[in-house]
Write a protein that binds this ligand. Structure first.
Ligand code: SF4
Length: 284
């Protein structure tokens, strides 16, 4: 199997081990999205784990690491984690809310070229996004980092979780805003119950409603911004590496699979555990 960094997709059928992993390098995040699928444990990856984790990820076949969280760019030693993965020739993407310190922001802008995608999460128009995220100014920060990244020629994608508060009018207004900035890629995501928080169900949407809203966006599209969709089912089989070092596969429900500890398992045990879940990666 090969990873195509331009398209951010995989091709080929056979792969020994795991082609991609979502590394939740920290669970710390200043925001409070009620549909968040991070465990929000408040923990970051212990610094002494960074190098052994990068090494083990390479050994189990990882071609691409998706850094997420939590807010990965705010993790104290994020640059070091990026270095360690890069040195082992693994491709990288990162997802940010844009609500980060000036220092982290500067680092991201200076290092954007190291990522196949810098993904900015924007879940609605200004007031709705701020309300969902629990922070006034969150939309301004997200849009600001997106436009600065685009200005630098970064490969930017916006991820939008389509929750129950998103009407056709709201999504069209957001679409116009993103298109006006010449965003190349926009990914629409159905809320997933993984690690569901107390009010998740109030924000979840049925498959049919998700499909209807995506169809509407496609109809309204100017065709310059590529629209990608990720229904809930798309994430089944994705593996997440949690800050404590545990690898867990996503299923359809609130509880991820039991998985295994990346550093406490032998390479053979890790490969055996990974082999129990069919490989799932984004393809063209
Ligand atoms: S920004 Fe991301 S990690 Fe933070 S609360 Fe929202 S969904 Fe969770």
């Amino acid at each position: 199997m090969e990873y195509n960094a331009d398209a951010n997709t995989f091709s080929g059928n056979h792969h020994l081990g795991l082609p991609q992993v979502m590394w939740h390098i920290t669970d710390v995040c200043a925001l409070t999205c009620p549909y968040c699928f991070s465990t929000k444990s408040g923990l970051g990856t212990p610094f002494e784990y960074l190098e052994p984790i990068a090494e083990r990820l390479k050994q189990i076949g990882v071609l691409k690491v998706d850094f997420g969280g939590g807010e990965p760019v705010s993790y104290d030693r994020f640059g070091e984690a990026v270095d360690l993965c890069e040195r082992r020739n693994m491709h990288l993407t990162v997802t940010t809310s844009g609500v980060i310190s000036p220092r982290s922001r500067r680092w991201l802008l200076e290092n954007q070229e190291r990522f196949a995608r810098v993904i900015v999460s924007i879940d609605g128009t200004s007031m709705i996004h701020d309300r969902l995220r629990g922070r006034i100014g969150a939309f301004r920060d997200a849009l600001g980092i997106m436009t600065d990244l685009l200005g630098l020629g970064a490969k930017v994608r916006v991820n939008t979780v389509l929750t129950s508060v998103i009407t056709r009018e709201v999504i069209t207004n957001l679409q116009r805003t993103l298109e006006a900035e010449l965003l190349p890629e926009w990914c629409l995501i159905q809320p997933h119950p993984s690690n569901a928080k107390e009010h998740f169900e109030s924000y979840a949407i049925e498959d049919v409603n998700f499909r209807t809203l995506v169809a509407w966006v496609r109809e309204e599209s100017n065709s310059e911004t590529k629209v990608i969709e990720r229904p809930r089912s798309a994430y089944v089989g994705y593996w997440t590496l949690h800050p404590g070092g545990r690898m867990r596969p996503q299923g359809t429900g609130a509880e991820d699979g039991e998985g295994f500890h990346l550093l406490e398992s032998s390479l053979e045990e890790a490969m055996r555990e990974l082999g129990k879940v069919p490989v799932k990666v984004p393809t063209e």
